[in-house]
Design a protein around this ligand. Structure first.
Ligand SMILES: [Zn+2]
Length: 154
């Protein structure tokens, strides 16, 4: 992700461009791993050692409020951040607490169709995202998983 694109993205979301904000967004794009505040801070601190972690937290929360970043809550209650907002689900490994992306258009469509037909009274659904918990047999296999099987939903 180049700096011009990050600048545009910040302006599109109505945010002033500051070196700190640029560094935070850059870190989010470089870490595809749903980083915690501390993980984002460790990347930002490589180029801007004087930015307080509290400031980074504040920037992340502003990005969430502006709809540029999504919060991902884990079972261990550690808040993580996701800047990839295309429809995807999450695979949560209970052994190491890592979160991998799970792309499956068929599943996403199936869930959308289900809730179009089965509304929840008094509740407006913005999005349905699954968090699938379990353990990877081979920890080295941690990576984003994409299921591209295009079959019709029976
Ligand atoms: Zn994700």
């Amino acid at each position: 992700m180049d700096k011009t694109k990050i600048r545009n993205l910040l302006s599109e979301h109505g945010m002033r461009i500051t070196p700190q904000r640029l560094a935070v967004v850059e870190a989010l794009f470089s870490l595809r791993s749903h980083p915690t505040v501390e993980e984002v801070a460790s990347i930002v601190h490589k180029t801007q050692p004087n930015v307080a972690t509290g400031t980074i937290y504040h920037i992340l929360e502003t990005l969430v409020k502006r709809g540029m970043v999504m919060k991902v809550k884990t079972e261990s209650d550690v808040m993580r951040y996701d800047i990839f907002l295309d429809p995807h689900h999450h695979i949560y490994c209970t052994d190491c607490s890592s979160i991998e992306d799970y792309y499956n258009e068929e599943l996403t469509r199936m869930l959308e169709l289900y809730f179009e037909e089965h509304t929840i009274p008094g509740f407006t659904i913005d999005e349905v995202r699954l968090q699938i918990s379990g353990r990877f047999e081979d920890p080295s296999k941690h990576r984003s998983i994409r299921v591209d099987r295009k079959s019709s939903i029976a």
